[in-house]
Design a protein around this ligand. Structure first.
Ligand code: ZN
Length: 280
């Protein structure tokens, strides 16, 4: 079995000569990176023509694309208009992803707003179902929703919650996006290979071996308080360590994509790729 894990930056690399998504994709290839996440975190403003051209650049350069949906989403908002706006953000991100040939679209699901998690869960199910229905009606294909493990304890998206979502909708419609830095900040400190293996085993037990073949995840260093994440740090911070995760993946034959959300997006994506290559 050829074990393939692709690495790439969260957004257009900082050192990209020229401007725009297509130039960023070409630069990823020049650096030897195989993936890139297109960031729509402050809104989706990409027209069809530009998206299709960037998608073409990605295919030509063999760079796998994913997208990140806007930060303003709250799938379990108390107010109906806020839920409707969240659906709009998700569906327009999905539309752009379809033009780009990108998947998954990574989403911060929402906030508990001091309600029990069970109450939010019902709303989250309904909102994601509505998004998937609208995507189907618009003939948006090949785009999977990616529920991210969120970094704040006030946000919907613990490890168990995102695994539950993927199990409810099926991996072909919604996949869990583990952000290991967020896990480190929110749920428990990651130090040893055993810490990472617990996460991988939990995914495999609940979602089957399919979850191990085509994962999508985020990695960076992180600064945190007891409320969870504070800010992302360079990988060299060692908080958490990447090498034990690379070993856990290799030993268990996992494959997928790693997006680096450190402030040094492409430099650290390369550092992660090197660490993975030398892991035993
Ligand atoms: Zn995110």
């Amino acid at each position: 079995m050829v074990l393939q894990i692709l690495f790439g930056p969260a957004g257009i690399p900082i050192g990209t000569p020229g401007e725009g998504t297509a130039a960023g994709i070409e630069y990823c290839r020049a650096l030897g990176l195989g993936a890139m996440e297109v960031e729509f975190v402050h809104g989706v403003n990409m027209k069809e023509e530009k998206a299709r051209a960037a998608g073409e650049a990605a295919r030509k350069n063999g760079v796998k694309l994913s997208c990140h949906a806007p930060y303003y989403i709250n799938c379990c908002a108390k107010e109906k208009p806020k839920v409707e706006a969240s659906v709009r953000y998700i569906v327009t991100t999905a539309q752009a992803a379809h033009w780009l040939g990108a998947s998954p679209i990574v989403i911060h699901t929402g906030f508990y707003m001091e309600r029990p998690a069970e109450e939010c869960k019902k709303l989250v199910y309904e909102t994601y179902e509505q998004c998937l229905d609208e995507m189907k009606a618009l003939k948006i294909s090949g785009v999977v929703l990616g529920a991210e493990l969120t970094g704040k304890k006030s946000a919907y998206g613990s490890l168990d919650e995102i695994i539950d979502l993927a199990s409810h909708f099926g991996l072909k419609r919604l996949m869990p996006v583990i952000d290991y830095a967020h896990f480190h900040a929110r749920e428990g400190r990651l130090g040893t290979k055993g810490d990472y293996l617990k996460i991988l085993e939990r995914m495999e037990t609940w979602l089957g071996s399919e979850a191990a073949k085509n994962f999508h995840c985020h990695f960076s260093g992180i600064e945190y308080t007891d409320k969870g994440e504070r800010s992302h740090l360079p990988v060299s911070s060692g908080s958490p360590q990447f090498a034990p995760l690379a070993q856990a993946w290799k030993e268990n034959g996992w494959s997928g994509t790693v997006i680096c959300e450190s402030p040094l997006i492409e430099k650290d994506a390369l550092a992660l790729q090197r660490t993975f290559a030398s892991a035993r």
